[in-house]
Design a protein around this ligand. Structure first.
Ligand code: ADP
Length: 307
Protein backbone atom coordinates (compact mmCIF):
# COMPACT_ATOMS: atom_id res chain seq x y z
CA UNK A 1 0.00 0.00 0.00
CA UNK A 2 1.33 3.44 -0.83
CA UNK A 3 1.81 6.06 1.89
CA UNK A 4 -0.67 8.92 2.21
CA UNK A 5 0.18 12.08 0.31
CA UNK A 6 1.80 15.07 1.94
CA UNK A 7 1.25 17.12 -1.22
CA UNK A 8 -0.87 16.50 -4.30
CA UNK A 9 -0.58 18.54 -7.47
CA UNK A 10 -3.57 17.97 -9.73
CA UNK A 11 -3.34 19.36 -13.28
CA UNK A 12 -1.70 22.56 -12.03
CA UNK A 13 -1.32 25.22 -14.69
CA UNK A 14 0.06 28.72 -14.35
CA UNK A 15 -0.09 31.26 -17.09
CA UNK A 16 1.87 34.54 -17.03
CA UNK A 17 0.48 36.37 -20.05
CA UNK A 18 1.64 34.31 -23.04
CA UNK A 19 3.97 32.20 -20.96
CA UNK A 20 2.78 28.85 -19.61
CA UNK A 21 5.03 28.57 -16.57
CA UNK A 22 3.30 25.33 -15.42
CA UNK A 23 1.73 23.14 -18.09
CA UNK A 24 -0.57 20.90 -16.09
CA UNK A 25 1.55 19.37 -13.36
CA UNK A 26 0.24 16.26 -11.60
CA UNK A 27 2.16 14.28 -9.03
CA UNK A 28 2.17 13.44 -5.36
CA UNK A 29 4.77 13.66 -2.64
CA UNK A 30 4.42 10.90 -0.08
CA UNK A 31 4.17 11.75 3.56
CA UNK A 32 7.49 11.43 5.35
CA UNK A 33 9.56 11.38 2.18
CA UNK A 34 12.61 13.43 1.23
CA UNK A 35 11.73 14.79 -2.18
CA UNK A 36 13.84 16.78 -4.65
CA UNK A 37 12.49 19.11 -7.30
CA UNK A 38 15.16 19.65 -9.92
CA UNK A 39 15.36 21.49 -13.20
CA UNK A 40 17.21 24.22 -15.06
CA UNK A 41 16.47 27.88 -14.36
CA UNK A 42 13.04 28.88 -15.58
CA UNK A 43 11.70 25.29 -15.37
CA UNK A 44 8.91 26.37 -13.02
CA UNK A 45 10.22 25.03 -9.71
CA UNK A 46 9.71 28.22 -7.70
CA UNK A 47 6.29 28.76 -9.23
CA UNK A 48 5.25 25.23 -8.29
CA UNK A 49 6.58 25.61 -4.76
CA UNK A 50 4.80 28.93 -4.44
CA UNK A 51 1.47 27.31 -5.35
CA UNK A 52 1.98 24.96 -2.38
CA UNK A 53 2.44 27.86 -0.01
CA UNK A 54 -0.49 29.79 -1.47
CA UNK A 55 1.84 32.52 -2.74
CA UNK A 56 0.93 31.87 -6.38
CA UNK A 57 -2.62 30.99 -7.40
CA UNK A 58 -2.75 28.39 -10.18
CA UNK A 59 -4.59 29.45 -13.36
CA UNK A 60 -6.27 26.06 -13.12
CA UNK A 61 -5.84 22.82 -11.21
CA UNK A 62 -5.55 22.11 -7.53
CA UNK A 63 -2.89 21.75 -4.87
CA UNK A 64 -3.57 19.84 -1.68
CA UNK A 65 -1.43 19.64 1.42
CA UNK A 66 -2.31 16.73 3.70
CA UNK A 67 -5.64 16.59 1.89
CA UNK A 68 -6.44 20.29 2.43
CA UNK A 69 -6.88 22.59 -0.53
CA UNK A 70 -4.27 25.37 -0.35
CA UNK A 71 -6.80 28.00 -1.38
CA UNK A 72 -10.03 26.89 0.29
CA UNK A 73 -8.36 25.61 3.46
CA UNK A 74 -5.64 28.23 3.60
CA UNK A 75 -5.28 28.26 7.40
CA UNK A 76 -4.83 24.50 7.74
CA UNK A 77 -2.28 24.30 4.95
CA UNK A 78 -0.26 27.23 6.29
CA UNK A 79 0.00 25.42 9.60
CA UNK A 80 1.16 22.18 8.00
CA UNK A 81 3.67 23.81 5.65
CA UNK A 82 6.90 25.67 6.39
CA UNK A 83 8.57 27.40 3.45
CA UNK A 84 12.15 28.61 3.30
CA UNK A 85 12.09 31.07 0.39
CA UNK A 86 15.00 32.14 -1.79
CA UNK A 87 14.84 35.86 -1.09
CA UNK A 88 16.60 37.12 1.97
CA UNK A 89 14.90 39.17 4.63
CA UNK A 90 16.06 42.32 6.26
CA UNK A 91 14.01 43.85 9.00
CA UNK A 92 15.30 47.00 10.65
CA UNK A 93 12.77 46.90 13.48
CA UNK A 94 12.98 43.44 14.95
CA UNK A 95 15.69 41.25 16.36
CA UNK A 96 15.95 37.61 15.32
CA UNK A 97 14.25 36.41 18.50
CA UNK A 98 11.46 38.98 18.11
CA UNK A 99 10.84 37.82 14.55
CA UNK A 100 10.56 34.21 15.74
CA UNK A 101 8.21 35.20 18.57
CA UNK A 102 6.06 37.19 16.12
CA UNK A 103 5.98 34.29 13.69
CA UNK A 104 4.96 31.97 16.55
CA UNK A 105 2.19 34.41 17.48
CA UNK A 106 0.87 34.21 13.95
CA UNK A 107 0.25 30.51 14.58
CA UNK A 108 -1.09 31.15 18.07
CA UNK A 109 1.94 29.50 19.70
CA UNK A 110 3.07 31.00 23.01
CA UNK A 111 4.33 29.93 26.39
CA UNK A 112 7.28 28.05 27.81
CA UNK A 113 7.25 25.14 25.36
CA UNK A 114 7.33 27.50 22.39
CA UNK A 115 10.10 29.62 23.98
CA UNK A 116 12.14 26.47 24.51
CA UNK A 117 11.65 25.52 20.83
CA UNK A 118 12.76 28.99 19.73
CA UNK A 119 15.85 28.65 21.92
CA UNK A 120 16.56 25.26 20.37
CA UNK A 121 16.19 26.64 16.85
CA UNK A 122 18.53 29.52 17.66
CA UNK A 123 21.03 27.08 19.09
CA UNK A 124 20.80 24.51 16.30
CA UNK A 125 21.13 27.12 13.56
CA UNK A 126 24.04 28.83 15.32
CA UNK A 127 22.06 32.02 15.81
CA UNK A 128 22.03 32.08 19.61
CA UNK A 129 24.73 34.73 20.04
CA UNK A 130 23.02 36.98 17.47
CA UNK A 131 19.48 36.45 18.79
CA UNK A 132 19.06 40.05 19.89
CA UNK A 133 20.52 41.70 16.79
CA UNK A 134 18.49 43.21 13.98
CA UNK A 135 18.42 41.13 10.83
CA UNK A 136 19.70 43.92 8.58
CA UNK A 137 23.06 43.70 10.36
CA UNK A 138 23.51 40.05 9.40
CA UNK A 139 25.45 38.37 6.58
CA UNK A 140 23.58 36.57 3.78
CA UNK A 141 24.29 33.17 5.35
CA UNK A 142 22.96 34.35 8.70
CA UNK A 143 19.83 35.75 7.09
CA UNK A 144 19.19 32.38 5.52
CA UNK A 145 19.50 30.71 8.93
CA UNK A 146 16.84 33.14 10.22
CA UNK A 147 14.53 32.19 7.34
CA UNK A 148 15.00 28.51 8.16
CA UNK A 149 14.25 29.16 11.82
CA UNK A 150 11.13 31.13 10.82
CA UNK A 151 9.91 28.29 8.61
CA UNK A 152 10.38 25.81 11.47
CA UNK A 153 8.88 27.86 14.26
CA UNK A 154 5.54 26.03 14.13
CA UNK A 155 7.12 22.58 13.58
CA UNK A 156 5.50 22.13 10.17
CA UNK A 157 4.83 18.58 9.00
CA UNK A 158 6.01 19.55 5.52
CA UNK A 159 9.18 21.60 5.17
CA UNK A 160 9.81 23.17 1.77
CA UNK A 161 13.24 24.56 0.98
CA UNK A 162 13.78 26.61 -2.18
CA UNK A 163 17.48 26.51 -3.11
CA UNK A 164 18.49 26.50 0.56
CA UNK A 165 22.22 26.15 -0.05
CA UNK A 166 22.64 28.60 -2.94
CA UNK A 167 25.56 30.81 -2.05
CA UNK A 168 25.94 29.61 1.53
CA UNK A 169 29.14 28.46 3.16
CA UNK A 170 30.11 24.84 3.78
CA UNK A 171 29.38 25.15 7.49
CA UNK A 172 25.80 26.19 6.98
CA UNK A 173 25.28 23.51 4.37
CA UNK A 174 26.41 20.87 6.80
CA UNK A 175 24.31 22.27 9.67
CA UNK A 176 21.31 22.55 7.42
CA UNK A 177 21.52 19.00 6.06
CA UNK A 178 22.09 17.49 9.48
CA UNK A 179 19.07 19.34 10.77
CA UNK A 180 16.81 18.47 7.84
CA UNK A 181 17.88 14.80 7.97
CA UNK A 182 16.93 14.76 11.63
CA UNK A 183 13.54 16.31 10.88
CA UNK A 184 13.04 13.73 8.14
CA UNK A 185 13.86 10.92 10.56
CA UNK A 186 11.27 12.33 12.94
CA UNK A 187 8.68 11.91 10.19
CA UNK A 188 8.60 15.34 8.56
CA UNK A 189 8.23 15.52 4.79
CA UNK A 190 11.07 17.47 3.20
CA UNK A 191 10.76 18.99 -0.25
CA UNK A 192 13.66 20.87 -1.73
CA UNK A 193 14.82 22.46 -4.93
CA UNK A 194 18.53 22.56 -5.49
CA UNK A 195 21.11 23.21 -8.15
CA UNK A 196 23.55 21.00 -6.31
CA UNK A 197 22.67 17.66 -7.82
CA UNK A 198 25.20 15.75 -5.79
CA UNK A 199 23.33 17.00 -2.71
CA UNK A 200 20.01 15.83 -4.15
CA UNK A 201 21.56 12.47 -5.00
CA UNK A 202 22.73 11.98 -1.43
CA UNK A 203 19.59 13.22 0.29
CA UNK A 204 16.47 12.71 -1.81
CA UNK A 205 14.65 9.39 -1.97
CA UNK A 206 12.64 10.60 -4.93
CA UNK A 207 13.19 13.35 -7.47
CA UNK A 208 11.11 15.10 -10.08
CA UNK A 209 13.01 16.67 -12.96
CA UNK A 210 11.18 19.64 -14.44
CA UNK A 211 11.78 21.49 -17.67
CA UNK A 212 9.75 24.24 -19.34
CA UNK A 213 6.77 23.83 -17.01
CA UNK A 214 6.58 20.05 -17.34
CA UNK A 215 7.77 17.07 -15.34
CA UNK A 216 10.27 15.17 -17.50
CA UNK A 217 10.96 12.39 -15.02
CA UNK A 218 9.76 11.38 -11.60
CA UNK A 219 11.14 8.39 -9.81
CA UNK A 220 13.20 7.18 -6.92
CA UNK A 221 16.73 8.45 -7.18
CA UNK A 222 18.01 4.86 -7.34
CA UNK A 223 15.72 3.97 -10.25
CA UNK A 224 16.63 7.10 -12.20
CA UNK A 225 20.29 6.29 -11.80
CA UNK A 226 19.89 2.61 -12.69
CA UNK A 227 17.86 3.41 -15.83
CA UNK A 228 20.80 5.28 -17.23
CA UNK A 229 22.65 2.29 -18.32
CA UNK A 230 26.25 3.34 -18.52
CA UNK A 231 29.22 4.07 -16.33
CA UNK A 232 32.42 6.02 -16.56
CA UNK A 233 35.81 4.45 -16.74
CA UNK A 234 38.96 6.40 -15.97
CA UNK A 235 42.13 4.89 -17.40
CA UNK A 236 45.39 6.29 -16.01
CA UNK A 237 48.37 6.18 -18.34
CA UNK A 238 52.12 6.40 -17.81
CA UNK A 239 52.61 7.69 -21.36
CA UNK A 240 50.26 9.78 -23.51
CA UNK A 241 48.03 7.74 -25.82
CA UNK A 242 49.16 7.64 -29.46
CA UNK A 243 46.11 6.31 -31.22
CA UNK A 244 42.95 4.57 -30.10
CA UNK A 245 41.15 1.78 -31.86
CA UNK A 246 37.62 2.59 -33.05
CA UNK A 247 35.54 1.16 -30.16
CA UNK A 248 37.56 3.27 -27.73
CA UNK A 249 37.48 6.40 -29.90
CA UNK A 250 33.69 6.34 -29.99
CA UNK A 251 33.46 5.99 -26.21
CA UNK A 252 36.04 8.61 -25.27
CA UNK A 253 34.47 11.53 -23.37
CA UNK A 254 37.44 13.28 -21.81
CA UNK A 255 41.20 13.60 -22.19
CA UNK A 256 43.09 14.30 -19.00
CA UNK A 257 46.81 15.07 -18.57
CA UNK A 258 47.53 11.54 -17.32
CA UNK A 259 44.65 9.57 -18.62
CA UNK A 260 41.42 9.12 -20.52
CA UNK A 261 37.77 8.84 -19.52
CA UNK A 262 35.41 6.55 -21.41
CA UNK A 263 31.63 6.28 -21.24
CA UNK A 264 30.74 2.63 -21.34
CA UNK A 265 27.47 0.74 -21.58
CA UNK A 266 26.87 -1.24 -18.38
CA UNK A 267 26.46 -4.36 -20.50
CA UNK A 268 29.93 -4.00 -22.06
CA UNK A 269 32.29 -6.62 -20.72
CA UNK A 270 35.37 -5.55 -18.84
CA UNK A 271 37.57 -8.13 -20.57
CA UNK A 272 36.56 -6.68 -23.94
CA UNK A 273 37.52 -3.25 -22.73
CA UNK A 274 40.87 -4.50 -21.48
CA UNK A 275 41.59 -6.05 -24.84
CA UNK A 276 40.73 -2.74 -26.58
CA UNK A 277 43.17 -0.95 -24.26
CA UNK A 278 45.78 -3.58 -25.06
CA UNK A 279 45.18 -3.32 -28.84
CA UNK A 280 45.63 0.45 -28.62
CA UNK A 281 49.02 -0.20 -26.95
CA UNK A 282 48.20 2.02 -24.00
CA UNK A 283 50.52 2.07 -20.99
CA UNK A 284 47.83 1.61 -18.38
CA UNK A 285 48.73 2.19 -14.73
CA UNK A 286 45.22 2.13 -13.28
CA UNK A 287 41.58 1.64 -14.23
CA UNK A 288 38.71 2.89 -12.09
CA UNK A 289 35.03 2.82 -12.80
CA UNK A 290 32.15 4.88 -11.39
CA UNK A 291 28.41 4.83 -11.93
CA UNK A 292 26.52 7.62 -13.60
CA UNK A 293 25.66 10.58 -11.33
CA UNK A 294 22.33 12.34 -10.96
CA UNK A 295 23.91 15.34 -12.66
CA UNK A 296 24.60 13.26 -15.78
CA UNK A 297 21.08 11.80 -15.72
CA UNK A 298 19.77 15.35 -15.45
CA UNK A 299 21.80 16.48 -18.47
CA UNK A 300 20.66 13.44 -20.42
CA UNK A 301 17.01 14.21 -19.73
CA UNK A 302 17.01 17.97 -20.10
CA UNK A 303 19.88 18.45 -22.53
CA UNK A 304 20.63 21.62 -20.58
CA UNK A 305 23.19 22.87 -18.13
CA UNK A 306 21.93 23.49 -14.64
CA UNK A 307 21.45 27.20 -15.10
P1 ADP B 1 12.61 28.11 -11.67
O1 ADP B 1 12.28 28.26 -10.22
O2 ADP B 1 12.60 26.68 -12.13
O3 ADP B 1 13.88 28.80 -12.06
P2 ADP B 1 10.36 29.86 -12.07
O4 ADP B 1 9.21 29.16 -11.47
O5 ADP B 1 11.00 30.95 -11.27
O6 ADP B 1 11.45 28.79 -12.52
O7 ADP B 1 9.92 30.49 -13.46
C1 ADP B 1 9.24 29.76 -14.48
C2 ADP B 1 8.92 30.72 -15.62
O8 ADP B 1 7.90 31.63 -15.22
C3 ADP B 1 10.10 31.57 -16.05
O9 ADP B 1 10.06 31.71 -17.45
C4 ADP B 1 9.84 32.89 -15.36
O10 ADP B 1 10.40 33.96 -16.09
C5 ADP B 1 8.33 32.96 -15.35
N1 ADP B 1 7.81 33.72 -14.19
C6 ADP B 1 7.95 33.39 -12.89
N2 ADP B 1 7.32 34.28 -12.10
C7 ADP B 1 6.75 35.19 -12.92
C8 ADP B 1 5.95 36.35 -12.71
N3 ADP B 1 5.59 36.76 -11.48
N4 ADP B 1 5.55 37.04 -13.79
C9 ADP B 1 5.88 36.63 -15.05
N5 ADP B 1 6.62 35.55 -15.32
C10 ADP B 1 7.05 34.83 -14.28
Amino acid sequence: MSSPSAVQFQHVKKQYGELEALKGISFEVEEGSFFGLLGPNGAGKSTLISTMAGLVTPSSGQVKVHGFDVIDDYRETRRILGLVPQELISDPFFSIRELLVLQSGYFGLRGAVQSAWIDELLERLALADKANENTNALSGGMKRRVLIAMALVHKPKVLVLDEPTAGVDVDLRRTLWEFTKELHQQGHTIILTTHYLEEAEGLCEKVAIMQKGEVKALDTTATLLSRHNYRYLRVSLSEPAQSLIKPLQSRLVEKEPNGLVFKLEKTASMSELLSWLHESRLKVTDVSSRDVSLEEVFLDLTGEGKS
